[in-house]
Write a protein that binds this ligand. Sequence first.
Ligand SMILES: [Zn+2]
Length: 261
Amino acid sequence: MRRFFMAMLIAYLPVLTRAAPVFDLQPNTHWQTELRAKSEELLAQREAEARKANAFGCERYCTMLDEIFARVLRVATYQVPGSAKHDWQLIVTRMPGDEAWALPDGHIFISEEFIQRKNLNTDEIAFVLAHEVSHVVLAHEADMVDIVRSLVPFGVTASVSDVYATLDFDMGLLLRIAPMMSDMELEADRMGLMFAALSGNDPDRTIGFLRKLATGPRHASVAATHPEERRRLAAAEQYLPIARRLYALHDTLSPQKSLEP
Ligand SMILES: [Zn+2]
């Protein structure tokens, strides 16, 4: 009988234990209260814009988007436990010309019109959402505030609002921080590829989103805060081997749904 219990224990041990996170990320924790307040302000503003355009809420991809977002989020908050405290929510609009973006408090926006325009499949959507979730998890907005404050001779009391106000009119400053913001995009691509792989999306398919961008029309702007599309693809491709390994092991490396609190 004892042997039987031992055999049962060994058989169920992998289910009862969780694999440790595969990353040891320690994101920036500065400015959390201020960035949350700024997020609330922007959330209200963007929601009002979408409602005014009669383009707020999902129509075509509701269930699919909820399901993909939940999977990506489960992985991201498990890999970076401190990120579970954010106000995570997926906001779907149908705003023409909009794509996907994140507020630093965890509100992720995506436009269904963008999904249709780029003809995105579920793996590519997983990459897009994982990229946005990565910006939040990696606290890129707090990094950006720190970078701007280090470049501008603000007084010690300069607030997050002062930083945004300065960025609104100081084109020279925007040009100076553009390379750092580009690096954050590449980091979000990298981490997005990993989170999507851990949430069960084949990286050889998720990277299809970056392939579409790299073969699509060029985007030119004065201050390139996003790296050029072919550079994004080339940078992400370097991480395909590790993403493929994570994908192969995603069942054992990811939190079990049944064990979630
Ligand atoms: Zn981004």
